[in-house]
Design a protein around this ligand. Structure first.
Ligand code: ATP
Ligand code: OAA
Ligand code: CA
Ligand code: MN
Length: 663
């Protein structure tokens, strides 16, 4: 049966039989170029072993600054020296304050043994008295430094349960037991200077802790992180205004946290990273590890601790990534006003003619949805600064709510959910990995974090001129606020200080039903100074630059939550369009009862009958009762502010007090 080979001579059994079992030798060399099948065994592979082959696959990243010789006084340091300096800086960050030396850190993934270890640790002399050590002091902690999204994907998928690639290429992950922030577990160190500077007491988000307790928690976090085989370190920036940029370092245990911050903070260029040096602020995220409940000031196993003097934040007992984002935002709310810069919980975009709009609002009111506008350039969706030069985004990414996300309604956000994007707590099909955005099984607060350049019309660098319109968003679950009203400056201040919304379930832990909420400056959870400080700055800036204030209800119409329905996003977009274009400023207005709001009688593309909410309620008495009820809630909330002066102008204070509901 032995063949004599194929017709075209592809291979043939040679006549001289070799080998004891008598098998014919297969001839493998090519005879001529016209053969149909090509034998590839002769193609040279530049590797002698599988390991070598695999090592060929990965090309070493080229150093950004070419390593020059040693000529001249300013000769560049070698790549090796630079990496050594980075490691020393990281070891210093991770040093316990009670031990003599910082942890031994080494660059790279412990799973890749072949990498040459560059070891580093720091020695402390100032904290010398107690010489204690632990086993973690004897081992190496591997540092995964500013990994790329692709590398972080691999880390997440290999080592973090609940991490998956979705059909669109995003990294789906779980934030664990906490799927929203825990504002009641936030602590701020009260020392001599912060005691006077910060807002403390009723209504304030700043719950005090002392320096010692902070150090106990810091030690706990650092010990936890150093006990691990590896930690992630992100060195990044905040604030696109180059004069007020802050360097931040985030040390975390999860690839999820590292990728989240990679997306949310400003990503340094390789050159900027080379000169990074010492960070201005450091986060120790030991979120998988609880705080010690026997520690003073701890009321749960979660603690998010801010120490402004040490420029450090410690996270214990929550893996919700938003804590890092918003923790840093709090820091900016402290640092920026010190420099006469107003920090804002707002979205921001700019039109083709350079007209900037700010979108204030509490969580879920539409900052991200409405600032992401296909007809305008996105400056940012959540955190901004307003300085004498104009506006700048604090962040390098966006954090969109994904519940019920629909491609038709929010195409830019939909398309931004792709490779590199982190999506938290969503549910997807086990096989197709198709995400079901309507599924609330894990939480209502499902989220997507993506770099801002994933939005096609992002304005990079994320800065713009002074705002022309200041839009206050309220998601009114009572359904009595008009879809839009034009505000006087005093009214803008009144509503800014009130910070009303019906908090939509989810973002803050424990809130399941919409409830009327007042949160000063539309972000009381993040402000550090008294609200009147920010309000005075906003009034001053709006006056100086002639900005118009607007109140937009993105919530209910035709009845309260339960009987009415949420105002269609398409209508809200038309309203916002009319504000941007300037046409709404020229409309005819009528004044409402109780709140004294100016409402337009007509807007292009919006049914006129919805503009005055009374028209949408079938039960007029219920409408009036609800309106008065909400008015009462506003009045009651504002009582605490009646004793405060806003700015240097007493006249403004009086005007603001008079700008609330009257009945
Ligand atoms: N009329 C409307 N206007 C704006 N948003 C609406 C409207 N109707 C429904 N929505 C939905 O409300 C949500 C608004 O959430 P968005 O992400 O914009 O909140 P946010 O203000 O950015 O909050 P956070 O500060 O928590 O990020 C989106 O899910 C959006 O689809
Ligand atoms: O912090 C979060 O989880 C989301 C957010 O932007 C907010 O609540 O304002
Ligand atoms: Ca948002
Ligand atoms: Mn926000």
């Amino acid at each position: 049966m032995a063949s004599n080979g194929t017709e075209n001579g592809e291979f043939s059994f040679a006549s001289n039989i070799r080998g004891r079992n008598g098998l014919s030798k297969i001839q493998t060399h090519k005879k001529n170029q016209d053969e149909i099948c090509h034998d590839d065994s002769a193609t040279p592979v530049k590797a002698k072993t599988i390991d070598e082959l695999h090592s060929l696959q990965r090309k070493k990243s080229a150093p950004t600054t070419p390593i020059k010789g040693t000529e001249g006084a300013f000769a560049a340091i070698s790549e090796e020296e630079r990496q050594q300096q980075q490691l020393q800086s990281i070891s210093a960050s991770l040093a316990s304050l009670t031990r003599e030396t910082g942890p031994k850190v080494v660059r790279g993934d412990p799973a890749r043994k072949s990498e040459t270890p560059k070891v580093s640790h720091v020695t402390h002399h100032h904290y010398a008295p107690t010489l204690s050590t632990s086993d973690s002091g004897l081992k190496f902690t591997h540092i995964l430094y500013n990994l790329s999204p692709a590398e972080l994907y691999e880390q997440a998928i290999k080592y973090e349960k609940g991490s998956f690639i979705t059909s669109g290429g995003a990294l789906a992950t779980l934030s664990g037991a906490k799927t929203g922030r825990s504002p009641r577990d936030k602590r701020v160190v009260k020392d001599e200077s912060t005691a006077d500077e910060l807002w403390w007491g009723k209504g304030s988000p700043n719950i005090e802790m002392d320096e010692h307790t902070f150090l106990v928690n810091r030690e706990r976090a650092v010990d936890y992180l150093c006990s691990l085989d590896k930690v992630f370190v992100n060195d990044q920036f905040l604030n696109w205004d180059p004069n007020h940029r802050i360097k931040v370092r985030i040390v975390s245990a999860r690839a999820y946290h590292s990728l989240f911050m990679h997306n949310m903070c400003i990503r340094p260029t390789p050159e900027e990273l080379e000169d990074f040096g010492t960070p201005d602020f450091t986060i120790y995220n030991a979120g998988q590890f609880p705080c010690n409940r026997y520690t003073h000031y701890m009321t749960s196993s979660t603690s998010i601790d801010l120490n402004l003097a040490r420029r450090e934040m410690v996270i214990l007992g929550t893996q919700y990534a938003g804590e890092m984002k918003k923790g840093l935002f709090s820091v900016m709310h402290y640092l920026m006003p010190k420099r006469q810069i107003l920090s804002l919980h707002s979205g921001c975009n700019v039109g083709k003619d350079g007209d900037v709009a700010l979108f204030f609002g509490l969580s879920g009111t539409g900052k991200t949805t409405l600032s992401t506008d296909h007809n305008r350039y996105l400056i940012g969706d959540d955190e901004h600064c307003w300085s004498e030069n104009g506006v700048s985004n604090i962040e390098g990414g966006c954090y969109a709510k994904c519940i019920d996300l629909a491609r038709e309604k929010e195409p830019d956000i939909w398309n931004a959910i792709k490779f590199g994007t982190v999506i938290e707590n969503v549910v997807f099909d086990e096989h197709t990995r198709e995400v079901d955005y309507s599924d609330k099984s894990v939480t209502e607060n499902t989220r997507a974090a993506y770099p801002i350049e994933y939005i096609p019309n992002a304005k990079i660098p994320c800065v713009g001129p002074h705002p022309k319109n200041v839009i206050l968003l309220a998601c009114d679950a009572f359904g009595v606020l008009p879809p839009v009203s034009k505000l006087s400056l005093a009214q803008t201040m009144y509503h800014f200080i009130s910070g009303y919304t019906a908090l939509v379930a989810g973002t803050e832990d424990g809130i399941k039903e919409p409830t009327a909420t007042f949160s000063a400056c539309f972000g009381a959870a993040f402000i550090m100074l008294h609200p009147t400080k920010y309000a005075a700055m906003l009034a001053e800036k709006m006056k100086q630059h002639g900005a118009t204030g607007w109140l937009v209800n993105t919530g209910w119409s035709g009845g309260s939550y339960g009987s009415g329905s949420r105002i269609k996003l398409a209508y809200t977009r038309k309203i916002i369009d009319a504000i941007h274009s300037g046409s709404l400023l020229k409309a005819n207005y009528v004044k409402t009862d109780v709140f004294g709001l100016e409402i337009p009688t007509e807007i292009d593309g919006v049914p006129s009958e919805i503009l005055d909410p009374v028209n949408t309620w079938s039960d007029k008495k219920a409408y009036k009762d609800t309106l008065l009820k909400l008015g009462g809630l506003f009045k009651k909330n504002f009582e605490v502010f009646t004793n405060y002066k806003i700015g240097t102008d007493n006249k403004l204070t009086e005007e603001i007090l008079a700008a609330g509901p009257i009945f």
